[in-house]
Design a protein around this ligand. Structure first.
Ligand code: FRU
Length: 487
């Protein structure tokens, strides 16, 4: 049972980093701490924010609540990398210390250029009576990593929408040079949408331009969080997180992260979808994905990172006072008219010793490849020594259904949203699977589908069994995130 938190506890301001040291020491003894994934130094991590490349370094931030596994006062915690796989803790960057962000520095994105990395975020203000007001705020990341806040927000709450309006994504339209900020919002009659602001220059002059028209998606969830638009090889991709609706294949889950392929017209503020809404990740735990900011908007790829977790879900580490991590970075590309997702190439740098073919257990962090012949296949990971239980991955070649099932694990959680996820595929040729101490990411057929899940194996759940038409190779993965106490 997770503990209950009072509002005072959740919104307590971090004064002295040393207050967190005992928490960090205790957490670092958890068997579920990751070695290849970005995870909270203490407390709770949620969305990735401000992902961008500047001056030879990748910068990434995460929504952070220091005190425990609870959504309270949010900070932006900063990590950096030279290669996108080894990450260094840099400490807190944006603190909720102004009137506009008095109850949290909420999600946002980065703009790389004009000599710095600029961060756009939502100042989550609450009046004394707890009425929420969202401000779109700007920060310049100085060379020493400190946040230099603009003197005032770029703009305040839009009175024509409910209090739910947040998560600025900054873009530049390459055709006109105009800058755009997209916000996820909720109309007064409770429909999720995107609202758009524009300016000729990125640091001032912002005006409301209108609500994005997305024909066919006027009634699709009651709030859209974390919107963004990427253009890959001439196709526009509208990514967002619709809330409070069920989607086929996602059990009872209410919050989703997905995308529409189509065409964006900034003149008419219309995104014309070509086809249906696609779920970005077919597994259980993935939300609030963010693509790295790039200077050129029509490119052949984008790099994406997501929160490996979901809103309103309790996880077994809640009791240890920490929760969640980020996914490994992925490359998005178009293959014909489909969006595909593959692990970034650099992950091969982390391959250590190969696992001996006769071994019947796998290392806690491992990179697996399965060459599949196309016939039926059943791969059980995190099995008990007698091969029972575990996380089951199956391919039914008759029905052409690929399924993951985590109901066989000893530590079960969030059963209410369903413990299996399936996807129809025309065939099965390849699996690339990343295991870490408490996660599994499965890339199917070189990008056809991804299934990301948290998994909390007991000490004895490291066996594996492969049956059917596949050949497995595995490597131990070298540790790539340091867990240093840097606040
Ligand atoms: C998505 C989200 C965002 C918000 C942030 C707060 O998970 O709810 O909409 O900015 O988290 O932490």
């Amino acid at each position: 049972m997770s503990r209950t938190w009072t509002r005072e506890e959740r919104y307590r301001v971090l004064q002295d980093a040393e207050e967190l040291r005992p928490l960090h020491d205790a957490i670092s003894r958890s068997p579920f701490r990751q070695t290849c994934h970005i995870q909270p130094v203490t407390g709770l991590l949620n969305d990735p924010n401000g992902f961008g490349y500047h001056d030879g370094l990748w910068h990434l931030f995460y929504q952070w609540c220091p005190w425990g596994a609870v959504h309270g006062l949010k900070y932006w915690y900063h990590v950096t990398s030279k290669d996108l796989v080894t990450w260094k803790n840099e400490g807190v960057c944006i603190r909720p210390d102004t009137e506009w962000d008095n109850r949290g520095a909420y999600s946002g994105s980065a703009l790389s250029g004009h000599g710095s990395l600029y961060l756009y975020y939502t100042g989550n203000h609450r009046d004394p009576d707890w009425t929420r007001k969202s401000y779109t705020c700007l920060v310049r990341l100085s060379d020493d990593g400190t946040a230099v806040k603009a003197k005032a927000p770029l703009f305040g709450p839009n009175p024509d929408y409910t209090e739910h309006q947040r998560d600025p994504k900054i873009l530049q339209d390459p055709e006109t040079g105009l800058y755009w900020i997209l916000l996820g919002a909720q109309t007064k009659d409770h429909h999720g949408c995107v609202i758009c602001y524009k300016s000729k220059e990125p640091f001032s002059g912002w005006t409301f331009a209108g609500q994005l028209k997305v024909p066919g998606f006027e009634d699709f969830g009651d709030m859209w969080e974390c919107p963004s638009i990427e253009r890959i090889n001439g196709t526009d991709i509208l990514l967002f997180c619709p809330q409070h609706l069920t989607i086929e294949g996602r059990g009872n889950a209410q919050n989703h992260n997905g995308y529409l392929l189509g065409h964006m017209d900034f003149d008419t503020l219309t995104f014309t979808p070509l086809g249906r809404f696609h779920v970005l990740d077919r597994g259980f735990d993935s939300y609030a994905a963010e693509c790295a900011a790039t200077i050129h908007h029509n490119k052949d790829r984008a790099i994406l990172v997501a929160w490996m977790g979901l809103p309103d879900v309790a996880y077994p580490t809640d009791e240890e006072n920490w929760a969640n991590c980020l996914t490994l970075p992925r490359v998005l590309r178009m293959r014909g008219r489909r969006l595909i997702q593959t692990p970034i190439e650099e992950l091969k740098l982390l391959r250590g010793e190969p696992v001996a073919p006769e071994a019947d257990t796998l290392p806690a962090a491992a990179d697996l490849e399965v060459l599949c012949g196309g016939g039926d296949l059943a791969l059980t990971l995190f099995a008990k020594p007698d091969h029972s239980g575990g996380f089951r991955i199956t391919w039914d070649s008759q029905k052409k259904v690929f399924t993951v099932d985590r109901s066989g694990m000893t530590n079960r959680f969030n059963e209410a949203e369903g413990e299996t996820r399936s996807r129809n595929l025309s065939g099965l040729s390849h699996l690339r699977i990343f295991l870490d101490h408490s996660s599994i990411e499965i890339f199917v057929n070189d990008g056809d589908a991804v299934f990301t899940s948290r998994v909390f194996p007991t000490k004895e759940e490291h066996g594996y069994v492969l049956q059917g038409d596949g050949r497995l190779r595995a490597w131990e993965m070298l540790p790539a995130v340091q867990d240093d106490f840097v606040i």
